[in-house]
Design a binder for this molecule. Sequence first.
Ligand SMILES: [Zn+2]
Length: 419
Amino acid sequence: MSGHRRVPRRALTDPSTAAGSPVTGRPSARAVAAVALLAGLAACGPLRAAGQPATGGQATASAQNSGTRTTSPQTAGRTCLTGTLAYDHRDAEAGESRPLATAVARNANWQLWGKATVSEQAQLLASGVTGQNDGTFSACADRPGPFAEAYLKFRSSSTSLWRVVSPVHKTEYSFESPHLAGISASRDLGTVKVPADQQGAWKIVDTLNDFYRKAVEANTAGSGCWTRHQSTGGCDQLTFSWAPDATDGGYWDPGSRDVVLAAEDADSKHTILHEAGHWFHFELYDHSFPDAPNCENHQFDVASSTGCAWTEAFADAVAAYSLGDYRYVFSDGKSFDLHNDRSTTWDRGDAVQGRIGGSLLDLWAKDGPDGGSWNRDIQLMSEHQSADFHTYFTVDRPKAGLATTDAAKRIISSHTIDY
Ligand SMILES: [Zn+2]
């Protein structure tokens, strides 16, 4: 299925004037609660260490130390390695110069390993995720020290909800902090940088937070899963295949269900999230995907088929909505402004990806007719598997109690779609 849902790579003649810093935004209270759910899920995954669930980068707590707590219940009397996980990356969202930027890696898995004596094998002492906003970790051993050696191992995954694997070995990336000898007290490691050849993996892990928060906000089933089709503890996992030298990529593969990215694809958050959006569509439809004919070389402004335009526009809208903008940014830093109206010289109608993308973003907008977010639309898509935008708008929106007249009708009409 290579290339089937590939993002167009053609050079653009009209890069968006909106190019600028990526929008990170402040998470809503609901989003914070949702991410707390994610932290709780850390305890449900197969990689759980002994102890209690981690919360927001804090270490797993150990009951056996509770009697020794004095002033700080988290760390008193315990051996902890603290710090911040960060990565450098080419920032395509900042424009065609793609400046080298540093970001913290949020909600990324860590493990604390150590041993009491030099001769024994290192054991897993605790595990958790980095802070949901600041990438910090406070990894405290689940047993009393001192330790002959201790170190942290970082993995290219977030709990068991999403991960990045190598296309060759199909395993996660990982690296270790310096191995510290003779640890009898806590140590601050400061900023721990992801190795240069693995940074793209952590950029993907980090970027998916922006999407996950929006997805779980819309999951009315109340689980921490991506959609309402699974329950906490049994969530489907989103897998990205990426390597620093990968040349194949830029699509979601319905066969393996993995997103496949080439090396430079990870430079663009929009590319990461667009491809994740195809997987999300498949998940919302409970492991089904609409027919999308004539989709090999789809473009924002050119008519393809109604199925192709529907699926590609949804993926475009997932990326823009997650990042809080209204564009698509390519890995080379060029971007395409999705704003359009009846005077825009694109092809017209519901077989045009950009026309539907603009419609969806306007329907989901804060001042839009769907309640100020995409939440009701995501609920709709988890209940009704609309084959294209026409079915979504004229058949499934009424079933879901969403408007098709007045403001909603004006929005799609302004994007040249008239039903
Ligand atoms: Zn696509």
